[in-house]
Design a protein around this ligand. Structure first.
Ligand code: NAI
Length: 329
């Protein structure tokens, strides 16, 4: 089967080629958008990633060119118009779980780095500045950590916290007994916001969770709250967090995702003027740590992404239906 692979990075090519599949991969560095969908003409599948824009126009172009499958190399599918895919008879498959450990571990790394200002300390000592001023953190021990979303990643994150001597509050419309066994207590979101010293997001981006963290939510938080987002940028209203950083309501912010990251994250823009005033403003705060959607980026995760994606392509080619990896509107 011919497969157009969009948003290809060297590691995607390396892992797909090493897997030795029978499919013919056509690698494109381009992000998939309506304007680039024509590249997939003659292919039966389009393989896409988190920042590809798989909207109705894109899907119409893909379907017109013969694509019958959109194979996501990720878990989240918020960037795919599922209703449009159904209308055009295009199936959508994803990799529901490639390494929840990768993301949960990275989230903990970001939390610790932001709290203890490791990012600033790193640059400081390299510049010969060994001063501690501005690097004051707080003990996690004895603090309250709020976990919003206790699915695969949130649950592992709760388990990782078990060694820190913290109180864990959780919020999820579908409480998870395993999270309770790991020490978390489910409480209403308002209580989690009001009592947590640290809040971390692990729920999917949906219309209901868009800007879950906005001015109103932030007004309920403790002064100096540390907010971590390794889920999807759209969960956080960036303008609202900038206001809360300026007022001191937010004491620390660690983001691996950003609502306007598409076209910026994963790219080397060091030679160009970046035309995103909000992101640039965010990065001027000393207590903000931004990384470029790398929580998933471990060897184990890339291996799993590759093998599940290849399984999805094989299953589609064999005409199999009712797959656990298929997403529908
Ligand atoms: P999952 O589907 O296993 O868990 C999501 C949980 O969120 C579920 O328990 C669900 O009930 C809960 N939820 C839904 N709406 C909620 C709400 N309004 N409030 C609280 N909880 C709510 O998903 P998983 O695998 O744990 O992934 C979570 C998210 O992490 C994904 O949706 C994806 O956006 C993101 N992610 C980010 C990566 C990165 O590299 N930064 C990599 C992989 C995933």
């Amino acid at each position: 089967m011919k497969v157009a692979v969009f948003s290809t990075k060297p590691h995607d090519r390396e892992y797909f080629d090493a897997a030795g599949s029978d499919h013919e991969f056509r690698y494109f560095e381009n992000r998939l958008r309506a304007e680039t969908a024509g590249l997939a003409k003659g292919c039966q599948a389009a393989c896409v990633f988190v920042n590809d824009e798989v909207d109705r126009d894109t899907i119409r172009e893909l379907a017109a060119g013969g694509v019958g499958l959109i194979a996501l190399r990720c878990a989240g599918f918020n960037n795919v118009d599922l209703a449009a895919a159904a209308d055009h008879g295009v199936r959508v498959m994803r990799v529901p779980e490639y390494s929840p450990h990768a993301v949960a571990e990275y989230c903990l790394a970001l939390l610790l780095a932001a709290n203890r200002h490791i990012h600033r300390a790193y640059s400081r000592v390299r510049d010969g500045n060994f001063e501690l001023k501005g690097l004051l953190g707080f003990d996690l021990h004895g603090k309250t950590i709020g976990v919003i979303g206790t699915g695969r990643i949130g649950l592992i994150f709760c388990k990782l916290l078990s060694g820190f001597g913290v109180r864990v509050l959780a919020s999820d419309p579908y409480p998870n007994e395993a999270a309770v066994a790991a020490g978390a207590s489910y409480v209403p979101l308002e209580q989690l916001l009001a009592e947590s010293h640290v809040i971390t997001l692990h729920c999917p981006l949906t219309p209901a969770t868009h800007h879950l963290i906005d001015d109103e939510a932030l007004s309920r938080c403790r002064d100096g709250v540390l907010l971590v987002n390794t889920s999807r940028g759209g969960l956080v209203d960036t303008a609202a967090v900038i206001r809360s950083l300026k007022s001191g309501k937010i004491g620390g912010l660690a983001l691996d995702v950003y609502e306007e990251e598409s076209g910026i994250f994963f790219e080397n823009l060091s030679d160009v003027v970046i035309d995103d005033d909000r992101l640039m403003r965010l990065m001027t705060f000393p207590n903000v740590l931004v990384t470029s959607h790398q929580a998933f980026f471990t060897a184990e995760a890339l291996s799993n992404i590759t093998s599940v994606t290849l399984d999805n392509l094989d299953a589609y080619e064999r005409g199999e239906t009712d797959l656990a990896t298929e997403v529908r509107s």
